[in-house]
Design a protein. Structure first.
Length: 558
């Protein structure tokens, strides 16, 4: 028994399409077994192969709007009784018993109490066309070098030109890399019009000069580094108007252009790429045949195509800018607290400035020895958890800036890129919070890995050069100067569980919530004179109501 396709499904008297043994082609082309004249179908949309045993296998023929079986897109599928098939937007159903009532695999839901009165339904994809349906493979006649439109009356020809421009805009609407988009524009140009050479030049924002960005040659045409006339392209760029010349070599506007004469450019068109009020480039095409001339219609159509191309180029640049800003934002979110990266995103630059900062350098004590007790993946998990607490939970909470990770150490600054009147206090409070956080982490790690750590911290205050270090695309916000180096050396002096601060930091503190203990001057690497340090007694419960308490140590610390 041979199957039938019926449409529309689930109605009392559907139209039936009998299928034959062998290949049954479906599409809007007149050479198909089942012809469905609907714009959502391709000319050869699908093939339904019926075998001698009655089995039916449906295959999509790479159609524009696809083929579906029971609402699932398919490339090839064996059909069963009652399957719902959709070609583009045309719904059909297959049956081997045309006289039986065909049950629906998915019965419609009962209508809501307040139903919608639908007069007509429209799917946007129905407007899609295949350019080949409107174009000749070659331009008709010797003078029709431009549009490849089929010979039609003027009204039909005008409608088809609008259809082509609509399809061009749809094909250029998806976000693409700029170079890929430019090449797509030239591919469409060569598909729609008969041209020998095509070129897109865009304006360099810095130099305000036209620069060649994409080029295409018809097969058999000799290629060259610069075949176009800069006189023509500059004229269009500066005037903002498209031009058509039937013999550029004789055009008085281009008398001084040697390239036109040397390259025997006879027919040329050039139109501006102008998405809004500003020309962003030009689209140029020419023809080398003496017998082939462009027409006013060709120039008008090329201008329309250029308008669609200009909008697509502008959108691609905007999309690229949004992507770049997203990358920048991701970088800012990683290194700065929210209020800082928002301000930075407004300025969009990180100028180098001289500024006073408080630098906190925190390091894990005996980390190499301790980490040897864990597997490498456990070490990474531990460090990720540690840095998450230290940076996101503490540095950013106190509105500091993470400068960098250095192995198991971290370097954070207060006072750059933006200053607060109490940056030193913020940095010291952050250092205390880090020591307290280690205790909480150790409680978790003791149960998980039988593992605990201690950290030592150095804090220093002074003048640094702060700003973007690196390239414009890959940067790192950093501080350069002795202040940063000394904070690292102070950290080296600090013992496990200690916070040492410099005299400069102590001088900046308006109030200190914990006592400090003065140490004997200490020599550190890279600094000629001994420096005065203070141990912050962060783990003592003593709290001061105001002022600062300094407790001098009688015995120098070694």
């Amino acid at each position: 028994m041979l199957p039938y396709l019926v449409a529309p499904p689930n109605v009392p008297n559907p139209k039936s399409y009998p299928l034959l043994t062998g290949s049954n082609s479906i599409g809007r082309g007149l050479d198909n077994h089942i012809v469905l004249m609907h714009p959502s179908l391709s000319r050869h949309h699908a093939e339904l192969m019926v075998h001698d045993n009655g089995q039916a296998v449906l295959k999509d023929l790479e159609s524009l709007n696809h083929t579906y079986v029971n609402d699932q897109q398919i490339e090839q599928r064996q059909l069963q009784e009652g399957d719902l098939v959709r070609f583009g937007t045309i719904d059909m159903q297959i049956t081997w018993n045309i006289n039986a009532t065909i049950p629906s695999p998915n019965p419609p839901s009962p209508p809501a109490e307040k139903s919608i009165s639908i007069i007509s339904r429209f799917a946007p994809e129905n407007t899609r066309i295949e350019l080949q349906d409107l174009l000749e493979e070659e331009a008709p006649g010797e003078t029709g070098v431009g549009l490849k439109l089929k010979q039609q009356d003027d009204q039909t020809r005008s409608v088809d030109k609008l259809k082509i421009l609509l399809e061009v805009s749809q094909q250029l609407s998806s976000p693409k890399e700029l170079q890929e988009l430019l090449e797509k524009i030239l591919d469409l140009l060569f598909e729609i019009m008969t041209v020998d050479r095509g070129l897109i030049l865009l304006v360099n924002p810095q130099t305000q000069k036209l620069e060649q960005k994409a080029i295409k040659f018809r097969d058999g045409i000799a290629t060259g580094l610069q075949f176009y006339s800069t006189t023509i392209t500059n004229f269009v760029y500066e005037s903002g108007e498209g031009i058509l010349t039937d013999d550029a070599a004789r055009d008085r506007r281009f008398n001084e252009s040697h390239s036109i004469v040397q390259q025997a450019i006879h027919a040329a068109m050039c139109v501006p790429l102008k998405p809004r009020d500003e020309v962003i480039g030009v689209l140029y095409t020419d023809n080398l045949s003496v017998r082939s001339l462009y027409s006013e219609e060709d120039l008008e159509f090329l201008a329309g195509l250029a308008n669609q191309a200009a909008i697509a180029i502008d959108n691609a640049r905007l999309y690229q800018k949004i992507q770049s800003e997203a990358v920048l934002r991701t970088k800012l979110e990683r290194f700065f607290p929210q209020n800082v990266w928002k301000k930075l995103s407004e300025d969009n630059k990180l100028d180098v400035i001289d500024t006073k900062v408080t630098v906190v350098f925190a390091d894990i004590s005996r980390f190499t020895e301790l980490s040897s007790r864990l597997e490498p993946r456990q070490v990474i998990a531990m460090l990720n958890e540690y840095f998450s607490v230290m940076v996101e939970g503490i540095v950013f909470k106190f509105e500091g800036t993470l400068e960098q990770y250095i192995g198991d150490a971290l370097l954070a600054v207060w006072g750059a890129p933006y200053q607060h009147p109490n940056d030193a206090e913020r940095g010291v409070k952050a250092a205390i919070a880090m020591q307290n956080a280690v205790s909480a982490l150790n409680q978790r790690w003791a149960k998980r890995w039988n593992f605990n750590i201690q950290i030592h911290i150095g804090v220093n205050t002074g003048i640094v050069a702060a700003g973007n270090i690196g390239s414009e695309q890959l940067f790192q916000y950093g501080t350069i100067g002795n202040t940063t180096n000394i904070s690292s050396r102070i950290c080296d002096v600090a013992g496990a569980g200690e916070i040492l601060i410099s005299q400069n930091t102590l001088n900046e503190l308006q109030q200190c919530e914990v006592p400090v203990q003065q140490l004997a001057p200490v020599n550190v690497k890279g600094i000629a004179d001994p420096i005065q340090l203070y141990r912050l007694l962060w783990n003592q419960k003593q709290t001061q109501a105001s002022g600062q308490q300094v407790m001098a140590s009688k015995t120098p610390r070694h």
